[in-house]
Design a protein around this ligand. Structure first.
Ligand SMILES: [Zn+2]
Length: 309
């Protein structure tokens, strides 16, 4: 029983600084499985580091069965620049797993995460977010629907195709029950941090790693169809809805935002909801600049969701 903290050496940067993996290990009083929780695989999705800090403070190891491994900042290079990809080699770390010992710097990092973290866990929760601007709210169903449902978010997503090279692609292939969570982002509201903490606590109860009965909510909706809307043009994005719209239904084709040329004031592009019954999964709720191809909105189709309503 007890706690350890390690900064596992990954590589040296050209300036002599070290890249490390920060891993907290909490070993419980009683035997049980190893649950791994990671965050900031994408450097602009920093809310997960705060969720994990609160979990660290909340866990009582005298009541814990098993071990919790926490990796709060998986990609410290991209955290530093608050960018999705790693500036050093421009790579998206979460497309490179299991990584390579002699590859790009991001592949070296992925290899170290695989060896020192992913290969040691029996259950896995990966925390993502909307990034520095958008807010998002859903949980992926991968290979353990009950564990995904235990995170207790209202919205789940059963994807038809999977991204190659993610941490979860690797753990799912190994048969490790894996949950990818998309929570918060943008202004990083306290409410989202707390829901993330509660989701993890509920998963710990579901796995019988801490005492108590896991809550089950009856109103969960599982989406099978999500449209990712990326603006075709950059400009000043002026939203029609504020962040309250996340998780809400929007009926019919409505304007989500207008994008203006900041110099000429011309209207460059209007983004609308794509379905008859839309649910907002990811959105921009603040006036700000957008680049062509950025994640603009993610809209789920409630007509094809489960349960049918
Ligand atoms: Zn992400």
């Amino acid at each position: 029983m007890g706690r350890t903290y390690e900064e596992i050496f990954v590589t040296h940067l050209s300036n002599g600084e070290k890249v490390t993996l920060p891993i907290h290990t909490i070993v419980g009083e009683k035997p049980g499985p190893v649950l791994g929780i990671s965050a900031v695989i994408h450097g602009d999705e920093i809310i997960g580091a705060e969720i994990i800090r609160r979990i660290y403070n909340q866990i009582d190891e005298s009541e814990l069965s098993g071990t919790i491994m926490l990796l709060p900042v998986a990609n410290s290079l991209a955290f530093e620049s608050l960018t999705r990809n790693t500036p050093l080699d421009m790579n998206n770390l979460n497309r490179l797993f299991p990584g390579k010992e002699d590859g790009w710097s991001s592949e070296i990092l992925a290899h170290s995460i695989t060896k020192n973290f992913l290969d040691k866990v029996d259950h896995y929760i990966d925390l993502h977010a909307g990034g520095a601007v958008p807010i998002v709210d859903y949980v992926y169903i991968q290979n353990d629907e009950a564990l995904s449902r235990a995170f207790n978010f209202p919205l789940l997503y059963r994807p038809t195709d999977i991204y190659e090279g993610t941490t979860a692609t690797y753990t799912v292939a190994k048969g490790v029950p894996s949950v990818t969570v998309e929570i918060g982002g943008g202004p990083n509201y306290n409410e989202h941090v707390e829901r993330g903490v509660q989701g993890i606590v509920n998963c710990l109860k579901h796995l019988q790693m801490i005492p108590g009965t896991a809550e089950k909510r009856e109103d969960q909706v599982v989406l099978s169809e999500i449209t990712i809307i990326r603006p075709k043009n950059g400009g000043m994005l002026v939203p029609e809805f504020d962040f309250e719209a996340v998780g809400q239904e929007i009926k019919g084709q409505q304007v989500l935002c207008n994008i203006y040329n900041p110099k000429t004031f011309d209207l460059i592009e209007t983004i609308k909801t794509p379905y008859e019954r839309n649910i907002v999964v990811l959105m921009r709720g603040l006036i700000g600049k957008v680049n062509p191809g950025d994640y603009g909105y993610m809209i789920g189709n409630l007509e094809t969701a489960e349960p049918k309503a």
